[in-house]
Ligand binder design. Structure first.
Ligand code: SF4
Length: 112
């Protein structure tokens, strides 16, 4: 039982916030992928699997460590590590795609 959660990938927190925020409107593609891989009781659907393999922690990919597996990858992702973007008082994510003005505006509209 918890109120807050943090999602880690390759040894870094990539998203953190309230359980409600992360379950209802996850910002990071890895958070969304994890939520999509939760088994549903009684379902015969195959579980979602993130393509590719976890990275070698001694030889991480350049830029965002998730970029070789990310469905939302952009050219910038392979070059620069994403900065932390704040989506609410206690909600942050490290993702260039989530940090776009459109994504932030959607958050602002939803929380207004
Ligand atoms: S920064 Fe880019 S590669 Fe990393 S999670 Fe966001 S969209 Fe995907």
């Amino acid at each position: 039982m918890c109120d807050r959660m943090a999602v880690m990938y390759a040894g870094k927190i990539v998203e953190q916030g309230s359980v409600r925020n992360l379950f209802d409107a996850p910002k990071h593609p890895y958070t969304r992928a994890l939520l999509g891989s939760i088994a549903k009781l009684g379902s015969k659907e195959p579980l979602f699997a993130i393509p590719g393999q976890p990275p070698d922690l001694a030889n991480l990919p350049s830029g965002c460590a998730f970029h070789p597996r990310c469905p939302d990858v952009m050219p910038r992702c392979a070059k620069e590590q994403p900065e932390e973007t704040r989506f609410g008082p206690d909600w942050t994510a490290r993702c260039w795609r989530a940090a776009t003005p459109a994504a932030k505006e959607a958050y602002d509209r939803a929380s207004a």
